[in-house]
Design a protein around this ligand. Structure first.
Ligand code: GTP
Ligand code: MG
Length: 674
């Protein structure tokens, strides 16, 4: 784990440094009075995203392939013992997430299985604490943890009717008949889902591990296949060398892992290779046997050999606990750990980097434009004032008139921004209406009704297909309005470019394609699973209803995410233009005031010129400092620190102190915008 821990730690440290660089950039913007509310909000979103950044590893397999043992061996060997319960036969009974959320004390939150009889997917229950049972965990004691973690293996015995109601038992299935004991009861998991929260160093870095139960349990919880597994950054699919690839392994691989998309995140693990180490075979012979099995797995799963790792989780764990390097090498666990690092860290880092950097560049560009306008305005004023030197009162009078009329002209153009805001609000509420809960609810209700009226389950896929078309339609409608808004803003900008010579960066492009792709993916998974599901459940309506519910929840989450993003995008359209308007207005007013004062001999021309020179120098210094700030943040993002944390405060160049004139401009600006 040393390397794994090391690389996670590095990633965590890099992410923290990046967050600090952004905080510093924000502070500088605030101190320089260059951060408007909208930009502040966007920075806040990025910082939240960095703080909540997670790396999710899901471990999926039939029961008893060694999932929990592998998790113990890779991630938790430093506790000096097994943490997650493992045993022959079914052990982990419910999907279990291991994570750390520092806002909560170490605890296990468990959702009772009885919730399966009610409407609502796990993720819906997650939104509140109402249904969850919370158990404290003593994170300081390995014994205490082991005892607490035993919860995920807890079962209860219920009559077959209850098990049937939870979707965990089918009396018509001959395979499941064996599940009924002598007293006519069925043993099922006590919990539907467990979230273990404890402050392990890796979990503190944002690692989330998802341990899952075998096929029977996983098949009945569509949430896992539709949401948790597909959104994991790495999915480890386990097989055991002693059982080979069985039919149920293959079913699980196909339906839960492969069809969930994101194949680049999948790794297969052939566990329990220690079973092949019989004392009579040479190392070469054992190796040949392992290679042969890997080739077989590759063929059955249709997965490249390079993505298959043969290991012994158990021997790996023992080796780590006894510090036996030779055994550790023989377990081949380190090879898998390195592959996991390669799979997780670089890809994640590059996504986080590009999201963060692009935001900073954008804000940097907007601020640069404001500063450029300030610089330009000051240069023009200086030019004018210098032109007045040695001129008579008449020239001053003429200049005053010109300044006043330019100010009036400007206001005429600037009024367009107000009109634009009005129209924008109108179109934006149209765009957002398509993404609202209510729209989707209507769609879901129709689908539900049509399905319940449908005579044969064979009609379901077509009805589901139309549901997805409906959701796609919502996104497309919103997209059309988005295009309208974008066009409008480009129009306003080009108008300002013509009339005032402004060069504003075009609005950020917004596309609904990523949501459409996600929806396509979801539809593929649903299509793939639905057939199996209907066959497995023999068309049982309550189970189909639950499946449908999960689909609706997932698509609603998608639309809600789209709604949030569209809203944020709309919110970012006007502020840069408005900031520019404020800047220019303040300058024009200041200019007219100052010419007036010169005319009335309240201010000396030379005094005003030197004030303007000072203001210009300050503006130029701020422009330089902006470049400097952005460069530093870029460097941290690239990972070629000096990390901000390492820079002593004294080394950070002081922000150019605003000189008197500048403060005055600021006051004028505030007066004007008030
Ligand atoms: N020989 C050998 N046994 C192993 C290995 N890994 C796990 N086991 C054993 O296999 C059994 C099942 O392991 P678990 O980790 O409980 O399996 P699981 O996949 O989590 O099973 P469920 O929780 O039931 O879904 C346990 O008795 C483990 O000790 C291994 O590498 N070699
Ligand atoms: Mg297990």
């Amino acid at each position: 784990m040393a390397e794994l821990a090391g690389s996670f730690e590095q990633y965590g440290a890099w992410r923290d440094a990046l967050a600090q660089a952004i905080v510093q950039f924000r502070r500088w913007l605030q101190d320089s009075k260059l951060l408007d509310a909208e930009a502040g909000r966007r920075v806040g979103v990025v910082l939240d995203r960095l703080a909540e950044d997670k790396l999710v590893v899901a471990v999926v397999a039939e029961f008893s392939r060694g999932k929990s043992e592998l998790i113990n061996a890779i991630f938790f060997a430093d506790y000096g013992r097994r943490i997650l319960p493992t045993s022959a036969g079914r052990t982990t009974m419910c999907p279990t997430e291991l994570m750390y959320d520092e806002s909560l004390p170490p605890c296990i939150r468990a959702l009772p299985i009885e919730t399966r009889a009610r409407a609502g997917s796990t993720s819906e229950f997650r939104k509140t604490n109402d249904e969850w049972r919370i158990f404290p965990v003593n994170a300081a004691s390995a014994d205490g943890m082991l005892e607490a973690f035993g919860l995920v293996a807890e079962t209860i015995r219920v009559p077959p009717e209850a098990a049937k109601e939870y979707g965990l038992f089918d009396p018509d299935d001959p395979d499941q008949e064996d599940g009924v004991d002598a007293e006519g009861m069925v043993e099922i998991s006590r919990w539907r889902h467990a979230v273990i929260n404890f402050p392990h160093p890796l979990l503190k870095q944002g690692l989330v591990i998802l341990d899952t139960p075998g096929l029977n349990a996983i098949g009945a919880e569509p949430e896992l296949t539709l949401s948790l597994v597909p959104s994991a950054h790495a999915v480890l699919f386990l097989l055991a060398a002693d059982t080979g690839v069985t039919k149920s392994d293959l079913d699980m691989w196909r339906h839960v892992v492969r069809d969930s998309g994101a194949t680049e995140n999948h790794i297969a693990v052939l566990n329990k290779i220690d079973g092949l180490w019989d004392g009579l075979k040479s190392a070469v012979e054992v190796d040949a046997e392992v290679q042969r099995q890997v080739a077989l797995v590759s063929q059955r799963l249709e997965l490249a050999k390079e993505r298959i790792f043969a290991v012994s989780a158990q021997k790996g764990l023992v080796a780590k606990l006894t510090r036996d390097e030779r055994l550790l090498a023989a377990s081949r666990l380190p090879v898998l750990e390195n592959a996991l690092i390669d799979l997780l860290v670089p890809a994640k880092q590059s996504i986080v980097r590009s999201q963060t950097v692009s935001l900073m560049e954008r804000i940097g560009e907007e601020v640069r434009q404001t500063l450029a306008a300030r610089e330009r305005g000051l240069i023009e004023q200086l030019y004018e004032m210098r032109g007045l030197q040695g001129k008579n009162q008449g020239s001053v009078e003429r200049m005053l008139l010109r300044a006043q009329s330019e100010s009036a002209e400007f206001e005429k153009v600037a009024r367009k921004v107000v009109a634009t805001r009005f129209v924008l609000n109108k179109i934006s509420s149209q765009a957002l209406a398509h993404l609202k809960r209510e729209t989707l609810r209507a769609l879901a209700t129709t689908t539900h009704e049509r399905m319940s009226r449908s005579w044969l389950p064979t009609g379901f896929p077509a009805i589901l297909g139309e549901y997805f078309d409906g959701v796609r339609g919502c996104l497309r409608q919103a997209e059309a309005r988005i295009a309208e808004m974008e066009k409008m803003i480009v129009g306003v900008q080009s108008n300002f470019a013509q009339e005032l010579g402004w060069s504003l960066a075009p609005p950020m492009a917004f596309s609904v394609n990523s949501y459409l792709t996600e929806l396509d993916r979801m539809q593929d998974v649903v299509k793939g699973q639905f057939g199996t599901f209907v066959a497995l459940t023999r068309g049982k309506w309550p189970l189909i209803q639950r499946f449908l519910e999960t689909v609706v929840t997932r698509s609603r989450d998608l639309l809600m995410a789209a709604e949030r993003d569209v809203e944020a995008w709309i919110g970012s359209l006007l502020p840069p233009i408005e900031a520019q308007v404020r800047e220019q207005r303040a300058q024009l007013i200041r200019r007219a005031e100052s010419v007036q004062k010169i005319r009335d001999a309240q201010e000396s021309l030379d005094g005003r010129i030197s004030e303007l020179e000072g203001a210009l120098a300050a503006a130029q210094e701020t422009i330089e400092e902006l470049k400097h700030q952005l460069d530093r943040a870029r460097m941290v993002a690239r990972g070629s620190a000096p990390q901000v944390a390492d820079i002593a405060v004294s080394e950070i160049p002081a922000v150019a102190a605003p000189i008197a004139d500048f403060q005055e401009v600021e006051r004028v600006r505030q007066r004007v915008s008030a």
